[in-house]
Design a protein around this ligand. Structure first.
Ligand SMILES: Nc1ncnc2c1ncn2[C@@H]1O[C@H](COP(=O)(O)OP(=O)(O)OP(=O)(O)O)[C@@H](O)[C@H]1O
Ligand SMILES: [Mg+2]
Length: 500
């Protein structure tokens, strides 16, 4: 399929978010669409697939002009989209989900489960996915849910599949599986639009790249003719330099939080570590190694069964989120959609809800104080938005993540846990977030950063703890530490105390 979008304009109310954008995808081309958070990537693709109407411009498929009024229209023309934020009905089975609204019926008008199963099995086999068709979707990993969305696109016999940040919530193994599927799609002649903030993936699988900046087309170039630095420069608009800002040396303060021998069921055992004032403690490990579970325990979401906590060297109990907040612990979760934000509420409400006690006296909310804080912290995280009264839903994915960060900063935390803080965040904003962490450590905030991106931890952490299958297999001062050393521990080797 050959797609051309010419001179596309889009406004939300008075705000123009796409201005005269040109975008085209050739037959069997894997085309990367990149740009900073809020640049307009998802919006452009929602226009292509008929989810949003546009205010100007034309779309051609194989040279013929098309007008899509709904996603059904674009599906009919064999275009499918796997959205950035997956919306699934947890109780629905895999099979029901695959044929949702496209059920195959028997002559009697009943759903033809037999025929559906046969077709579904065929498609899943083609993609190399082994999965029970009767399992509820809610039980599947995000990776498998993502694969099912792709399977749906195949069921439609789509010739062009748009993937909006397909890997941001996937484990490395799931990413490899996805890439194998993409290779199958390549041999089948499909075209792909691939949106991602992960340059490595783009250079690995895409043929061409189109860059948007502030809703405008910047360039479109073959991947083999462009460097990583050029991509970043065109995205940001100026030379960004290295990804990591200089890390000023500071003397660590006294102990803030000390965790001794905490254990929970089979999730993690005998974990001990400490965070000092101004310290950035990194947690490395493969997905499923127990890092998030430990953070959930420290934050009182799922308290541990055994072990001790000390806050500023005093023994304390953390059995609930209230307890954790009492000690000034904040938690930016990895899953902003389920745990981080109320999408239907405004940006300022989201910040207020997280800090009700702080912003009220004798049960009366001081809205002025709340709004001042909202202003201060959204600007601190460099949020791109129109106004604080905008709902969180209207923000781009990366900017939603920044609101989560802002609402915890408004809580004046002493210890801030950041679980995958830069997932879905563009390079420029990443650098700004690192800068912000470095600023905040100067005033004594201690950080616990969980990340699957080792470069990130090596770039910012003072000390790196490594988890493997629920156990700590390493704790290393991050001083000329090599990624190899950390990787070894992630795979189960041990390394305590040695830094070089
Ligand atoms: N439903 C909406 N109502 C109002 N504004 C919106 C809506 N959806 C998106 N926007 C705005 O349009 C702009 C482009 O957003 P879009 O989601 O396309 O960005 P993006 O490039 O996909 O960013 P990200 O990398 O963060 O996902 C943003 O300023 C966003 O706030
Ligand atoms: Mg987006």
């Amino acid at each position: 399929m050959h797609l051309e979008m010419k001179g596309i304009y889009k406004s939300f109310g008075p705000v123009e978010v796409l201005k005269n954008v040109n975008f085209d995808v050739k037959e069997n081309e894997f085309h990367a669409l990149v740009g900073e958070n809020g640049a307009g990537k998802s919006t452009l693709m929602k226009i292509l697939t008929g989810i949003f109407p546009h205010n100007g411009g034309t779309i051609f498929i194989n040279g013929e002009e098309v007008h899509f009024k709904s996603i059904r229209d674009s599906e009919e023309m064999k275009i499918a989209i796997v959205n950035q934020e997956l919306n699934v009905f947890d109780d629905m089975t895999v099979l029901e989900n695959l044929f949702l609204c496209k059920e195959i019926k028997t002559k009697m008008g009943r759903i033809d489960v037999k025929e559906q199963s046969k077709i579904a099995k065929g498609v899943l086999k083609r993609l190399g996915i082994d999965i029970d068709l009767n399992r509820p979707i809610g039980e599947l990993s995000v990776g498998l849910q993502q694969m099912l969305e792709i399977a749906k696109a195949i069921l439609l016999d789509a010739e062009l599949i748009v993937m909006d940040e397909p890997t941001s919530a996937l484990t490395n193994r799931e990413i490899s599986a996805l890439f194998k599927v993409l290779e199958v799609l390549r041999t089948e002649g499909k075209s792909i639009v691939y949106i991602s903030h992960r340059m490595k993936e783009i250079f690995q699988i895409c043929d061409r790249i189109t860059i948007l900046r502030d809703g405008e087309f910047v360039i479109s170039e073959k991947v083999k003719n462009i460097t990583y630095e050029d991509v970043v420069k065109n995205m940001v608009g100026y030379d960004l330099g290295g990804l990591f800002p200089d890390k000023p040396h500071i003397e660590l303060g006294p102990s803030l939080l000390r965790v001794e021998n905490i254990s929970k069921d089979k999730l993690f055992q005998d974990v001990s570590f400490e965070v000092h004032e101004g310290e950035i403690v990194g947690f490395a490990g493969l997905m499923g190694s127990g890092r998030t579970e430990i953070m959930n325990a420290i934050f009182g979401i799922e308290p541990c069964d055994k072990g001790n906590f000390y806050f500023k060297d005093e023994p304390v109990t953390i059995k609930s989120v209230q307890d954790a907040k009492e000690f000034g612990i904040g938690y930016v979760t990895e899953n902003r959609k389920d745990e981080g934000l109320f999408l239907e509420f405004t940006i300022s409400d989201n910040i207020l809800f997280n800090n009700l006690r702080r912003f009220s006296k004798k049960n009366i909310i001081n809205y002025k104080l709340a709004s001042e804080a909202a202003k201060k912290y959204t600007s601190m995280v460099n949020l791109k938005f129109r106004g604080l009264e905008q709902t969180a839903m209207e923000l781009s994915g990366g900017n939603q993540q920044k609101v989560v960060l802002a609402k915890w900063l408004a809580n004046s935390p002493q210890v801030l846990i950041l679980d995958e803080p830069t997932r879905g965040i563009d390079v420029n904003s990443k650098k700004q977030i690192y800068q912000l962490i470095f600023e905040l450590r100067k005033i004594g905030i201690g950080f616990i950063v969980v990340s699957s991106e080792l470069v990130e931890l090596l770039g910012i952490a003072d000390k790196i703890y490594v988890m493997h299958e629920g156990k700590l297999t390493g704790s290393m001062i991050n001083d000329n530490l090599s990624d190899e050393t950390v990787m070894k521990c992630m795979m189960g080797g041990a390394n305590f105390g040695k830094s070089k």
